[in-house]
Ligand binder design. Structure first.
Ligand SMILES: [Fe+2]
Length: 131
């Protein structure tokens, strides 16, 4: 199991949500501005939770710098795509859980709580897309 790659995924969501929060100015500005803040705050907190779980498991969490750039007038769809992609990556890592270690049910539950919230954010963002 690579909890570090889950931390990295959460920082990717964090970074994408942050640049949208700073730069997005189009339709539904107020809602997207507020929602992107909820998302980056959640992603940073979730990364912290996973990193501290790593410490409990005697692993050493790292922060890898995320290369995220907002393209002019890109909208907020890239954030929807990043969340989709990173939730899939987290599920993928969860499937590699080492069941020999007694601590993994707890780790799995923690990750399910995180993905559940990310999926909710995904759904909320999509509701702001034009029909
Ligand atoms: Fe802000």
């Amino acid at each position: 199991m690579k909890l570090q790659s889950i931390v990295n995924s959460l920082y990717s969501v964090y970074a994408e949500a942050k640049v949208i929060h700073w730069n997005y100015t189009s339709e539904n500005f107020a809602a997207i501005h507020a929602l992107s803040k909820d998302i980056y705050e959640f992603a940073e907190g979730a990364a912290d939770t996973v990193a501290e779980r790593m410490r409990f498991l005697e692993l050493e969490p790292q922060i890898l710098l995320v290369d995220t750039e907002y393209q002019k007038d890109q909208g907020f769809e890239p954030l929807i795509m990043v969340i989709e992609e990173k939730v899939a990556d987290i599920y993928n890592e969860m499937n590699k859980l080492d069941t020999k270690k007694g601590v993994n049910k707890t780790t799995e539950n923690m990750l399910l709580t995180i993905t559940e919230q990310l999926e909710k954010f995904h759904w909320l963002l999509k509701s702001h897309l034009p029909e």
